[in-house]
Every structure is written in structure tokens, then in C-alpha cells.
Design a protein around this ligand. Structure first.
Ligand SMILES: *Cc1c(COP(=O)(O)O)cnc(C)c1O
Length: 397
């Protein structure tokens, strides 16, 4: 049985075992019912406002604008509670879990950001929370492990394979299937089988809704909107507010790592081709035998070998442009924005900011065009990496 709602063009779908299909079906039904649930949305909006701190400002970056000779506005997702856009989605999904009568949520995490956001929402709403994390990542991201534990979550160490995100995801799915009646799986980005990407996109679309009315309230029109792309949630969140206006150009910035002529990057739409990953059909970085390739980025949030399927669709339709930014270009942008604006962005967000360097020289010389960059998160979590780079350490091992 093919579910039409599960596809964007030829992308998307539900490529999962039968045991998981039951849970997806239950989730889709619960989510459909939410559409008319005023109380749920009032509660969600109240929490977004008073707990997360929305709406986030659309800040006119004057020094950066003078530097590039175009008007640059920063959408300040870095000012959200827990420091990034991820909380919008985690809170929405944990609320949904509670509504469905689940007692426990589980999540996978790489760098720990989604784990912290989920543990935060679970603490707030009084649900049990298990976070699956590779043993290597646990070692690398001690501070986030402490945070999750302090918030009352159980961090489950995954010892298989390379002991990182991919294995943690597999372990989380197995744990979910084992307790599928009572457990809700909180996915961290717009990935996975339908209806997850739709749900995550809807919860993140608040970014685009706000940005659209904020720029229009200023009497301006957004000529360009830029966001970084890991799984694609902050990008589709902001894009969704502008998709209907073809005069706004959209740019998704992928992790170019050490360069797309090396094998250390995560430039999925630049170099990938159609395949299946985590239950969905989309662009995937793979070798000629269809095996998923290892990925690299200096930012833990962008090293994903797939991408949300609506991005694949927008790419093929040429509605959005996708381009890689290297580790070095991102670090240069991080330092530039920090010095010019006193805002330390997350290294992920610095990829989006680095794209200004490519875009601005191609724009009109006589008119200042209006550009919105989504600052998906703040850089506090990255201080260790930033200092290693400035010190000249090799951070690519
Ligand atoms: C996780 C993360 C990302 C990448 O995830 P998307 O789903 O592509 O948005 C980007 N920026 C920050 C700050 C993150 O924590």
C-alpha cells in the first residue's frame, strides 16, 4: 500500500520493516487528529513564547551589511532556550508523545544537541527519557552528557561499529521497536520515514513564518534566504515561509569539509545520488555499490550522509540552490561575524554565514539587496573546537 502523502515527487516514502509500520501508522493518525486540536496548539505556542523565548529577533547586522554592501538580517535561532532551533521540534514531539499517552521518549544523538533538547522537553513535561549515543561521542561530548543526566535522562552508551551517530540511531530504533506500545521516538531532524519529516518540518516552520512577517513589517522584501543543511530542518523551517514567493531565492549550505574533491565532506546534494537512508528515499552519499559513505564536517550537526527529501525535490526543481562550504571557510566566517557583530554563531550556522562571501560579489552593485541568514544556533558548544583550530591542532582525525 503506497501512501501518497509520504512523497515529494519521487522522494520520501516509508522504507521500514512491518513492525515499525504499525507505529508509523499510529503516529500519522495521532498527528492528523492534532490538526483540529486547539488546546494542543495553544499549549505549544504558549511554551514557544514563554519557555523557549520566541519569537526570536530578526536582527539587522549593520557592520556585516556595511562590509558586504548589502542589507543582512540574522534570524536569531541562537537565542532560543538550549541554544538552537532544535528545541522547537523536540518540544513539539514530546508534547505529541504525552498527548498519545506515552510514558517514555527515546532519542538518538551525535554531538548531543538533539539529546539535550529532548531531555529538556522531557524534564519539562514529566516523561522518562533515554538517549542513545555512541561511546566515542560520549567521550567527545562530555559536557552534553552531563547536561542530559542532570536533566534526568538516561544516556545509553552504544558500543557497536564506529560507536557514533549511525550506530546510535540503529540502537534507538531497536529499542523503540522493542517497546513500541509505550515509547515515542523523537527524531532530531527532518529525516526518517513518513510522517516524521512532515512533523519536524511543521514544528520548525515557525522560523519561516516569523521571518516572513518580520521582514515585511520592516517594509522590505527578502531577496535571498540562506540556511545551513545537515538533515535539513532549520533550512526547511525558514524556507517554508518563502517558498510561495518565487522572487525570494533560497540557498541551502552543505558541509564541504576538507573540500568536495576529497572524501572528507558531507555535500549530499552536491555529490550524492538517489538512494535509501533511514527509511526514506532521497539523495545519499554512497559508493558505486550503494553503500553509504562515511562523512566529515568540522561541525557535528552537518555530518549527515542524507538529506530531507523535500530538499532533494527543491534541488531537482531548481527552486533552491545547494552549495558546499569548507571547514576553513566556515571558521573564517565564524571569526568575522564574532568580531563584527559580537555574536558567536554555532559552526553549523557559520556555514550559512560563509555563503555571504560567495553570494554578495555576484549581486547588484547599485542596489543593496536584502539577505536573511538563519543563525541556527549559538557557538558556546563549539568553543573547544574553535580553540583547537586557532591553536593549529589537527581537528580532522
Ligand atoms: C543540529 C544542528 C544543525 C543541523 O540540523 P538541521 O536539521 O539541518 O537543521 C544546524 N545548526 C545547529 C546549531 C544544530 O544544532
Amino acid at each position: 500500500m503506497e501512501n501518497k502523502k509520504a512523497y515529494f515527487g519521487e522522494f520520501g516514502g516509508q522504507f521500514v520493516p512491518e513492525t515499525v509500520m504499525t507505529a508509523l501508522f499510529e503516529l500519522e493518525k495521532a498527528y492528523d487528529e492534532l490538526k483540529d486540536d486547539k488546546e494542543f496548539y495553544e499549549n505549544f505556542e504558549d511554551l514557544l513564547k514563554n519557555y523557549v523565548g520566541r519569537e526570536t529577533p530578526l536582527y539587522y547586522a549593520k557592520s556585516l551589511s556595511d562590509y558586504y554592501n548589502h542589507d543582512i538580517y540574522l534570524k536569531r535561532e541562537d537565542l532560543n532556550h538550549t541554544g538552537a532551533h532544535k528545541i522547537n521540534n523536540a518540544l513539539g514531539q514530546v508534547l505529541l508523545a504525552k498527548k498519545m499517552g506515552k510514558k517514555k521518549v527515546i532519542a538518538e544523538t551525535g554531538a548531543g544537541q538533539h539529546g539535550v533538547a529532548t531531555a529538556t522537553a522531557a524534564a519539562l513535561l514529566g516523561l522518562e527519557c533515554d538517549v542513545y549515543m555512541g561511546a566515542v561521542d560520549i567521550e567527545r561530548q562530555k559536557l552534553n552528557v552531563f547536561r542530559m543526566e542532570l536533566l534526568g535522562a538516561k544516556v545509553v552508551s552504544v558500543e557497536d561499529g564506529l560507536k557514533t551517530l549511525k550506530e546510535a540511531t540503529t540502537a534507538a530504533i531497536q529499542a523503540w521497536v522493542a517497546e513500541i506500545e509505550t515509547v515515542f521516538y523523537v527524531i532530531g531532524s527532518v529525516v526518517g520515514p513518513h510522517p516524521y519529516p512532515t512533523i519536524v518540518r511543521d514544528f520548525q516552520s515557525v522560523i519561516g513564518k516569523e521571518a516572513r512577517h518580520q521582514i515585511e513589517d520592516l517594509g522590505k522584501h527578502a531577496d535571498h534566504v540562506i540556511a545551513c543543511v545537515g538533515g535539513g530542518s532549520n533550512a526547511i523551517g525558514i524556507f517554508s515561509g518563502f517558498l510561495d514567493d518565487k522572487t525570494t531565492k533560497l540557498y541551502g549550505v552543505e558541509a564541504g569539509g576538507l573540500g568536495i574533491d576529497t572524501d572528507k565532506h558531507a555535500a549530499t546534494l552536491t555529490l550524492g545520488r538517489e538512494g535509501i537512508i533511514h527509511g526514506m528515499k532521497t539523495y545519499v552519499l554512497q559508493n558505486k555499490y550503494g553503500q553509504i559513505l562515511p562523512v566529515h564536517s568540522i561541525s557535528a550537526g552537518l555530518d549527515y550522509p542524507g538529506i530531507e527529501y523535500e530538499h532533494s525535490y527543491l534541488h531537482d526543481m531548481k527552486r533552491a540552490i545547494y552549495a558546499p562550504i569548507t571547514d576553513k571557510e566556515a571558521m573564517d566566517a565564524l571569526i568575522l561575524v564574532t568580531r563584527k557583530e559580537g555574536i558567536i554563531p554555532a559552526i553549523e550556522s557559520a556555514h550559512a554565514l560563509a555563503y555571504l562571501e560567495k553570494l554578495c560579489p555576484t549581486l547588484s552593485k547599485d542596489r543593496r539587496e536584502t539577505i536573511i541568514v538563519n543563525v541556527s544556533g549559538r557557538g558556546d558548544k563549539d568553543m573547544h573546537t574553535v580553540f583547537s583550530v586557532l591553536r593549529g591542532d589537527d581537528v580532522n582525525e
